[in-house]
Design a protein around this ligand. Sequence first.
Ligand code: BES
Ligand code: ZN
Length: 629
Amino acid sequence: MKNLAWLLTTIPLFTACSPAPETDSSVPAAEATAADNSGIQAGVDYHSFSNPAEVTVTHLDLDLTADFAASVLSGSATLTYQKQTAQADTLIVDTRDLNIQSVTANGETLDYQLQPADPELGAALEIDLPERGNKVTIEYATSPQASGVQWLTPSQTAGKEHPFLFTQAQAVHARSFIPLQDSPQVRVTYNATIHTPEALLAVMSAANDPDTERDGEYDFTMPQPVPSYLIALAIGDLQFKPMGERTGVYAEPALLDAAAEEFADTESMLEATEETYGPYGWDRYDLLILPPSFPFGGMENPRLSFITPTVIAGDKSLVSLIAHELAHSWSGNTVTNATWRDLWLNEGFTTYLTYRIMEMIYGHDRYRMEAVLGYQDLQEDIAALPANDQILAIDLRGRNPDDVFSDIPYEKGALFLRELEQKVGRENFDQFLLNYFKHFAFKSITTDEFIAYLNDTLLAEYPDKLDSERIDQWIFKPGIPADAPMPTSDAFSIVDQARQDWLSGEKSATNIDTAQWTVHQWLYFLNNMPEELSDKQLAELDDAFGLTTSSNNEIAHSWLMIAVHNEYQPAYDRLYDYLVSIGRNKLVKPLYRELSKTPQGKAFAQKAFAEAKPGYHPLTIKANEGFVN
Ligand code: BES
Ligand code: ZN
């Protein structure tokens, strides 16, 4: 615990909030952004109705009961607040599809107004505050359709015997299961008591005790202040297995051993990251393996990352996901994006750190292969996205952050940091990042605050190596700047050669020597095939390499994309199973999109979607229903 000391001393009592935190004492942030003249107010959270600038919630006490028969969480949220001005008399919190039963303070009923709901952002709950005191209690129940909660029947779990529940709050879904100021610039500490059926275990993004008695009542504390999107709960037939001194895994019994083996390097990753970027500030780091309907690869809930089971490949080939969620403990959870416009501060930094961690643990070759694959994904997105959506500091006004998910904040953000690293030197850049995490620990910052910090530090130190114009180009302009770093990998040259030899007819598929190929080489082999392949060519590949039956979900994805594009029917049974058994959006959405391009494809997609829908997460349904309607 001694590592925590320096972090704790920097925790502010409360975080300054919208509108427009200032980048320095004299210039409002909105004016400080030279490159941005679009009228966006830096630091204003356009995705929350809450009023933290007047009244700031600093602590949450939660008491919830999970009713699996009704798919409802009900109970109370007690919010501790601080008035920022003497006149402040209204607390505004975000809600979405919540059934509000009462609002009380000091045992007395308070007046409140629930405003009409916005379809994307939910409804503001305006509470008339009492003269005295600093706590209000809201009694409420969630809706069975809560956008941030998925209720699974026993048949949708690995064990088939018990139901399962998990929440996913990022970006704007915490409000669908807790009434709170649902903005990443409001940080709260929290305590929670969760009541469950007796056989089940509840875990949260908080201190979890693996040895807790399974009695249907679980208590949690989160002593470090976290933004609302990092509050998370899961309930299921979960068991715990340690992987290292500070790391372990929670999973359904059927998956527990496989998960612990797959992710056995988590402890080394944690140590390596600390070594380079400063102490881990969150005590333990555990993983929770979710059912396959989890809509993301992973979610960096503090102390307990939520992880899709689709990366348990048996050979650690997809564990960069763990490096990624772990890295968020620094970039994202310790230093947090102030608004969703600033998401690249979370995801770009984290993607950069992920590559660094992968290099430290698995070596240069593995990192380079992953970097090339990431770069290719980025190029694809840049080719497909309108210019405004290629900007790191993206304009999200009037849009739901869920609908704008792309590789831009991830890979373009990481590439920008890679360029800074290359210009000032790795050691200097590591020192910069270490200082950055310390300087902004437990704060939520805007892109402009990052730029101001960069100006004061790296730019001031290396004026001959960096220039502001270039930095503005990276952050505020579409595309990738000319002469940006471009990852390459020697290990891919032989794959290019093999593909070439096969396409030209020089070699048959069975004559390609693939015995030593890694998963990443396979992905590169498939992802760079020409768009059009004949049935004969596809059958040859499939016969030689068993692609339709690949148990690696990423390889299967790449292959199924090719199969759909070329209407290769022998893969369609697998495709159907894949769509029905996996809910991870990154894996299924491109398939639905591709299928929707032809009438037969669409009919097939409709059938699969209809069967899958009862098991899909609300976010996966929303992201894909447009392709089948
Ligand atoms: N925090 C994200 C997931 C997220 C981002 C949820 C934005 C909602 C809004 C998580 O850390 C993430 O990036 N997951 C990726 C991991 C991948 C890049 C390794 C995923 O789920 O695919
Ligand atoms: Zn991430």
